[in-house]
Design a protein around this ligand. Structure first.
Ligand code: ADP
Length: 259
């Protein structure tokens, strides 16, 4: 049942991707088909012109291949292996990693609540998520400035953030004093492969993976951003009382549904 659940989560992630990439992929195919079509029509024309059209087709095909490679590696990404996680402790353990990744010109202020409620999440994915947010913050500040990583226990009403359920959550936020996001970027920020960064620098997968992770963990992600002032991204993770690893058995869920 656990393997099945993981498979479902994986398919959800892949499903999320398709909408975002179908459009890009179609554009690339149009370049390939168009290039070959023009080359065929010009077969008896100047060689240079035929070559040019074929080269265009080749370029489109190469970009499409790179896109599917990224898609496949994303689909193969690690399944969630949740355990009981203390967010304060996890963030405390990341300080060396953060310092090394961000460099000396970024000042990191860590502002942890006196204690954080336990959560039941995959600690590696949570660490990845925080690291991704910190890297985004660094990029937004052009490699220089200060950012704040904070934790807080919060009680939320239904739909207070996205389509969150009412309850207790641990809020982990990464706030920067960078460029901020204009409305058109904010609107597409969670879209897989959406990036405003130069080729080779951004993959456009950071926020979409964080979104998937938060949702699959029963939580949410919220973005607050003002152009020219900065951005704050918050991950909300549900409080858990589970002490030992939770096992989901079909029988148990059926019983629950009956009662
Ligand atoms: P990537 O960082 O690879 O581009 P993400 O999914 O993490 O992919 O982010 C998507 C886009 O959202 C970025 O290209 C950027 O335009 C915008 N963005 C993300 N985080 C921030 C931030 N802290 N400040 C400003 N813009 C941001």
């Amino acid at each position: 049942a656990e393997a099945q659940l993981r498979q479902v989560q994986k398919m959800e992630a892949v499903g999320q991707l398709t909408g975002g990439i179908a459009h890009d992929f179609n554009n690339m195919l149009a370049v390939v088909v168009g290039g070959i079509d023009l080359a065929l029509r010009r077969l008896n024309g100047p060689r240079r012109e035929v070559m040019m059209h074929l080269n265009n087709a080749m370029e489109g095909a190469t970009r499409a291949a790179a896109l599917t490679r990224r898609l496949l590696s994303f689909a193969r990404s690690e399944p969630l292996l949740p355990e009981r996680v203390d967010s304060n402790e996890l963030i405390g353990g990341m300080s060396d990693l953060l310092d090394r990744t961000l460099g000396e010109r970024i000042r990191i202020e860590v502002d942890r609540a006196p204690e954080t409620w336990p959560t039941y999440v995959d600690p590696h994915q949570l660490e990845n998520a925080i690291l991704n947010l910190a890297v985004n913050a660094r990029d937004a500040m052009d490699g220089q400035g200060s950012m704040r990583i904070a934790t807080e226990n919060v009680k939320l009403a239904a739909n207070a953030v996205g389509d969150i359920r009412a309850g207790d959550y641990v809020k982990i936020s990464v706030t920067d004093t960078g460029c901020g996001m204009p409305p058109d970027v904010l609107e597409r920020a969670f879209e897989p492969f959406f990036t405003t960064k130069p080729v080779g620098k951004g993959t456009g997968l950071g926020l979409s993976q964080i979104f998937g992770f938060a949702h699959q963990s029963g939580g949410e992600v919220g973005i607050d951003s003002q152009v020219g002032r900065g951005t704050s991204v918050a991950i909300y993770l549900p409080r858990t009382e589970v002490a030992a690893p939770l096992r989901i058995h079909p029988a148990t869920s059926a019983q629950r549904a009956d009662t």
